[in-house]
Ligand binder design. Structure first.
Ligand code: F0G
Length: 458
């Protein structure tokens, strides 16, 4: 018979997790004001809040922690990372940063000014935040297929070239300092961008003289999808595909807490020396000297090693395969999810799951609470609470999709955990007809309310 798939690693260190009772969870979630961010982590059995900084490092990464060179300037760990970034991404200049949003802060300080327009494919929250904080505007040019969870499209992260060119024609070039391409696109469900689309977007950017910057938190997962879904790439290695992807970009920011499998870290990279020099000043101001950028030498070493491991096919097959495994299980129970599953998470369609809960009572958050109560599983709401209020009218903004994201940490859980998650959600699905009341807000902050919101049952 054909041998079944098995992970290309074994477990050396374990971290016990507590299996709580439903009664305990009832009282803890009430105490947390129905906000999963307020829970102590030992009150969570399986934690799918994020795949960011939650991965398990390898023995090689841990040995880099010991080898870390803690020199303030010229650390050898910095040069190790510089070599990896040069070789892997083909970018000559780079600056470390303490995480992804810090890289955005440094790069955008050098590039974006008030009144600018920044097109892209469903910009991530912090990216949009850094654009809007500078009184510039993010324009979403994602393809329409991305907003329909039921239809299959192999590259739902793609940019609509019509929407992008329309934006380029509408505004003067000097008002558009860059275009951000997020690979994979987190907001639309960890969905990849095809090589063809990257090429086309790059050509359009060149035609209008606009720099193309990748938000590359999950670039390796994107390369995996290109290899497995796009013709002409099946025989190329992930590292070859990565090199080609980045050859079309002028620069990149990266949250290394994702595909570089470290618990903290990030960087920006670019081709233009002048841009690098300008950004270096902001790096020194906000992050630290250019050879450490807010990180310890040991973090730089672990990051360099993580980039090499994160771009190995066998690892990615296990990683993306585990996300798909959970998606398939959920589908077999009839649970409505964004299809196909993305690289880092399964996105559950809460509008379809809980049609009896009015949208004013926060369907995705209600579902997140039900899943926690059922099995101690913590996901995250990507819906109305996250979308915040309109800054002018102060009315709730109701996004096209109301989603519960189940983000899978890298190399952390087994498929038994996936079975447990799927069964927990299936149990909630079975009693969905009886769930017809949601939540109401008791306290909210004026912006970024989802982190600190306090809720009550209706
Ligand atoms: N870009 C993307 C596509 C991201 O998903 C994130 C973080 C960032 C930038 C910012 O990076 O957190 O290192 O500052 N996403 C996390 C998540 C928080 O849960 O999806 P950071």
């Amino acid at each position: 018979m054909n041998l079944p798939f098995a992970e290309p690693f074994k477990i050396k260190v374990i971290e016990p997790i507590y299996r709580s009772s439903r009664e305990e969870r009832e009282s803890w979630i009430k105490e947390a004001r129905y906000n999963l961010f307020n829970l102590r982590s030992d009150r969570v059995f399986i934690d799918l809040l994020t795949d960011s900084g939650t991965g398990a490092m390898s023995q090689y990464q841990w040995s880099e922690i010991m080898l870390g060179d803690e020199s303030y300037a010229g650390s050898l760990s910095y040069f190790k990372l510089k070599d990896v970034i040069n070789n892997l991404l083909g970018m000559p200049y780079f600056l470390p940063s303490h995480q992804g949003r810090a890289a955005e802060n440094v790069l955008f300080s050098a590039m974006i000014k008030e009144g600018d327009i920044v097109p892209g494919n469903s910009h991530f929250d912090t990216t949009k935040g850094h654009i809007e904080f500078r009184r510039a505007k993010a324009v979403d040019c994602t393809i329409d297929e991305s907003f329909n969870t039921e239809i299959y499209h192999p590259f739902k992260g793609n940019v609509s070239l019509e929407k992008l060119e329309e934006t380029y024609k509408k505004y003067p070039t000097e008002k558009i300092p860059l275009c951000v391409l997020t690979i994979t696109c987190n907001t639309s469900g960890g969905q990849p961008v095809s090589m063809q689309n990257i090429k086309d977007v790059s050509a359009l950017c060149k035609k209008y003289g606009i720099p193309l910057i990748f938000d590359s938190a999950r670039f390796a997962e994107n390369a995996y999808f290109i290899k497995t879904r796009e013709s002409g790439y099946e025989n190329k290695t992930i590292k070859e595909i990565t090199k080609e992807m980045f050859s079309y970009a002028d620069g990149a920011t990266m949250s290394s807490k994702k595909d570089a499998i470290v618990n903290i870290g990030g960087f920006l990279a670019c081709r233009d020396k002048e841009l690098f020099q300008k950004a270096s000043t902001y790096c020194i101001m906000f992050e630290g000297f250019v050879t450490y950028g807010g990180l310890a030498g040991r973090d730089l070493g672990a990051l360099a090693q993580g980039l090499m491991e994160g771009t190995e096919f066998d690892y990615l097959e296990a990683r993306v395969g585990q996300v798909a495994y959970l998606g398939e299980k959920l589908k077999s129970y009839g649970v409505p999810i964004q299809q196909p599953t993305g690289g880092h998470a399964v996105f559950v369609d809460a509008k379809k799951f809980l049609p009896n809960v009015p949208k004013e009572e926060y369907q995705a958050q209600t579902l997140a609470i039900e899943l926690y109560l059922e099995g101690g599983v913590r996901g995250v709401e990507i819906g109305t609470i996250l979308a915040d209020r309109d800054p002018v009218s102060r009315e709730n903004r109701y996004p096209a999709l109301e989603l519960l994201r189940l983000a899978i940490p890298r190399r952390v859980y087994t498929n038994n955990h996936m079975d447990y998650i799927a069964a927990s959600l299936a149990n909630v699905y079975e009693r969905r007809d009886k769930i017809n009341k949601g939540l109401k807000i008791a306290y909210e902050a004026p912006i970024m309310r989802h982190f600190t919101v306090e809720l009550e049952r209706v």
